[in-house]
Design a binder for this molecule. Structure first.
Ligand SMILES: [Zn+2]
Length: 283
């Protein structure tokens, strides 16, 4: 019975010792640890047999059927037996519930895929699986960090601003005046290849651009031959600030013509416009 139920639960390293249904139809599943590696200290990795006491935790897990499942994990707390280790005690951990986690790995994977691959909102997924918004968001970030690869070198880099949400009004430092805050991001796009969006950072300042560029590899920075921007002094300063030694700044034709029309006294010649046109400038 226990073997079959443990198999059905499918959490490696745990064995089901009992299942009861509460009046609210929640099924309470009692589990104990079977993984011998669970008694390894998370800091020094030395296995301990010195039991201090026992405790119960309730890690959140994926849904199974219509009614919720509440896991009740009866864990052992060990003393670390390694004299060199600063940790005094620790409780059992398994790969599905690593140290300091309150959700199972498979639940976090499910949340990450639901947001990152099925494009569902964080709040919708959080409500559906019964976790808080920060927990769901952290699971999504964890998932994204695993699947996103570093940008590969590009020849033509596009830099442009994107508004992120509506303007907000906040009190200034004295708490006397309301100050308008416009949330802007800066996006980096591969205009000569097919990588699409390479990165996005908060702000639209020179520092925001410089910081992102300096976190890329030296090869990434040296292989850029053209940087396409709107007529932004902040972006131009960041690019010509020796961060990109081989790049020529190009103002894309859409933004240039828009600027001309706005001021109605454009002195640019058609040759200037041709030179400003990037190989695949897009808007
Ligand atoms: Zn230890």
């Amino acid at each position: 019975m226990a073997d079959a139920t443990s198999l059905l639960l499918g959490l490696e390293g745990l064995e089901v010792t009992g299942v009861v249904t509460q009046v609210d139809r929640v099924r309470v599943v009692d589990v104990v640890t079977t993984d011998p590696e669970a008694s390894r200290c998370p800091d020094c990795c030395v296995v301990s047999r010195s039991v201090k006491d026992r405790t119960v935790t309730r890690p959140r897990d994926i849904r199974y059927g219509d009614d919720p499942i509440l896991l009740r994990w009866n864990k052992t707390r060990y003393r670390c037996v390694n004299q060199e280790c600063a940790r005094v005690t620790f409780t059992e951990s398994i790969s599905q519930v690593p140290p300091r986690r309150r959700t199972t790995t498979r639940l976090r994977t499910q949340i990450g895929r639901s947001v990152g691959e099925a494009a569902r909102s964080v709040s919708e997924v959080a409500t559906g699986v019964g976790v808080s918004w920060p927990t769901a968001h952290a699971a999504f970030v964890e998932h994204a960090e695993q699947v996103l690869i570093d940008p590969q070198p590009v020849r033509v880099l596009g830099i442009d601003e994107t508004r992120r949400g509506r303007p907000r009004w906040i009190k200034d430092a004295d708490g006397r005046r309301w100050v308008r805050v416009d949330p802007w991001d800066t996006g980096f796009v591969d205009l000569g290849g097919d990588q699409g969006l390479l990165g996005q950072v908060e702000g639209r300042t020179s520092a925001a651009v410089t910081d992102w560029l300096t976190t890329q590899s030296e090869q990434f920075r040296t292989e850029i031959t053209h940087v396409v921007i709107d007529p932004s002094a902040a972006y131009a300063a960041a690019v010509t600030d020796t961060v990109l030694p081989n790049a020529q700044v190009v103002v894309d034709h859409f933004h240039l013509i828009k600027l001309c029309q706005r001021h109605r006294h454009c002195g640019a010649t058609s040759g200037d416009l041709r030179r400003s046109r990037s190989p695949r400038a897009q808007t």
